[in-house]
Ligand binder design. Sequence first.
Ligand code: FES
Ligand code: FES
Length: 171
Amino acid sequence: MKVYTQNDKVKIKLKVNGEEQEVEVEPRRLLVHVLRDLGYTGVHVGCDTSNCGACTVILNGKSVKSCTLLAVEADGSEILTIEGMAKDGKLHPIQEAFWEKHGLQCGYCTPGMILQAYWFLKHNQNPTEQEIREGISGNLCRCTGYQNIVEAIKLAAEKIRQNPQEYLRLA
Ligand code: FES
Ligand code: FES
């Protein structure tokens, strides 16, 4: 087994929004920083204690907080960030719903919130308000008071129920 020291760099591969990426990283480097350095700057950092969820991405189908994962741990994985949701300039239905229901103000929590909603709606296409609130409880927002985010996710669920193919449509 190779033992890495602090200054060693490790070559890792990631597939981000369908694009192959190869980078050299220090073993201690957090995934969130690597993604941002690669240009996916919609992935945000809102805290240093894993509470806020602004860094949420979908990794191999699961919603994860990318600030609490080392980039080397993500080696070989497929990642979806907010930049991968619209296709050919057409917004994903969840993005549309946030726009239509005014589910954002400063927009800092929004990429993470939308990706969490994406993961949540995969498992529950007909959620109650309570289920939505629990589903996004790992994602903090300073601006909206959450109500319009809940309305946006309800609307997104409706859009997806009417047209399930649209949910799957990603860049
Ligand atoms: S930056 Fe706050 S949970 Fe990741
Ligand atoms: S819209 Fe500003 S933190 Fe959520």
